[in-house]
Structure formats: structure tokens, C-alpha cells
Ligand binder design. Sequence first.
Ligand SMILES: [Zn+2]
Length: 87
Amino acid sequence: MENKETICQSCGMPLNMDPGKGGTNLDKSKSDKYCSFCFQDGKFVDEGTTLQGKIEKNIQIAVKMGMPESKAREQVETILPTLERWK
Ligand SMILES: [Zn+2]
């Protein structure tokens, strides 16, 4: 059994923190991999973005939420490259 917390495989957000309860697949079923901010109707909301672009965007969001930039950068740069979307 998989015991670790399920996080969005695009941005790293815990899916249980997603107010939309997960992205949606093309057939409108819920995605168990991506959050509602990243994935809608079977495609990425920010299709075409690069890993580096996503890292910078995530850092900005974390800083807005009150995290110091150095800490945000460290976390985001550790997590994002391991996610399925960016492999
Ligand atoms: Zn996401």
C-alpha cells in the first residue's frame, strides 16, 4: 500500500489541500495525479511551461503566502524535478 501523501505531479501541492479536489480528465472524471490548478479537462492549464518556469511561479505563490523566498526556493527546487510531469 502506498503510504505517502499524494501530491500533485505537476506543482507538488498535496491533493487533499486542493479546494477543487483534484484536476479533471477529458471524460470529466477526477485526476488522481494532478490538482485542479494544474489540470483541467485532460490538459495542463499552463501547457507549454517549462520546469524552470513552473519553479519560479511556485516560488512566487509561496512567497505571497508568507514563506521566505530562500525557503520557498529550496523546497520547490527539491520537489518539482522529482514529479512525474517533469521527468
Ligand atoms: Zn498542481
